[in-house]
Design a protein around this ligand. Structure first.
Ligand SMILES: Cc1cc2nc3c(=O)[nH]c(=O)nc-3n(C[C@H](O)[C@H](O)[C@H](O)COP(=O)(O)O)c2cc1C
Length: 197
């Protein structure tokens, strides 16, 4: 059975991380459940030039080649009837890339105000992998405490901090160093980045 991965894109800077992750996931026989917050959509428009075209056309324009057995389901942030809202929906991990401080705060406080918060809350209670890419700088003590609380509840806090030790040449190379770490945590094989040593 194909793995099922929930992906959320929030309104923090760095929507490219979410898009690059989708590129990696959709080129494999995986089922993807995508939620983009309203703010996430605005930042995506700003950072990638997305103009409200059908999302799968946009992804193809971004160079995403869909595997014939991949699947992409897209849900509105207010759709509490979507599968990721329920603990009975068994998936293999949820990634929020990027994750805003607002969404981090909601997760850390157990506030399930939209489908992204709810799906994250469900992932934690069902002990399924939850990977957060929180993006803000500098961080205030509230952000730090929220990361601590989310980590204590079982989330993996993975700030999108690219590595430079393999001499990246392009932005895409840099983003791939982060995408590779996400895929490692989801136990998905890839060739995006070498292993040290
Ligand atoms: C261009 C732009 C960039 C932003 N970058 C960040 C950011 O890096 N981190 C963050 O926490 N919020 C950022 N924000 C603010 C969030 O979009 C805002 O807090 C929003 O309510 C988050 O909602 P969401 O978590 O539902 O996506 C940014 C907003 C804009 C317009």
């Amino acid at each position: 059975m194909s793995k099922k991965i929930v992906v959320a894109i929030c309104g923090a800077s760095g929507s490219i991380y979410g898009i690059r992750l989708l590129k990696a996931l959709l080129s494999r026989p995986l089922k993807i459940y995508l939620i983009i917050s309203k703010a996430g959509m605005k930042v995506l428009e700003r950072e990638t030039g997305y103009r409200n075209e059908p999302f799968s056309s946009f992804l193809k324009d971004q160079g995403i080649i869909f595997h014939e057995n991949s699947g992409l389901n897209i849900y509105d942030q207010d759709d509490f009837f979507a599968p990721p809202a329920s603990g009975s929906f068994r998936h293999d991990g949820m990634v929020i890339a990027p994750c805003s401080m607002k969404t981090l705060g909601a997760i850390a406080s157990g506030i399930a105000d939209n489908l992204i918060h709810r799906a994250a809350d469900v992932s934690l209670k069902e002990r399924r992998p939850l990977i957060l890419l929180p993006r803000e700088t500098p961080l205030n003590i509230i952000h730090l405490k929220n990361m601590h609380r989310a980590a204590m509840a079982g989330a993996v806090i993975m700030p999108p901090s690219p590595s430079f030790y393999f001499n990246p040449k392009t932005i895409s190379d840099l983003v791939d160093t982060v995408t590779a770490r996400i895929l490692n945590h989801l136990n998905i094989e890839h060739d995006l980045s070498k292993e040290w040593g």
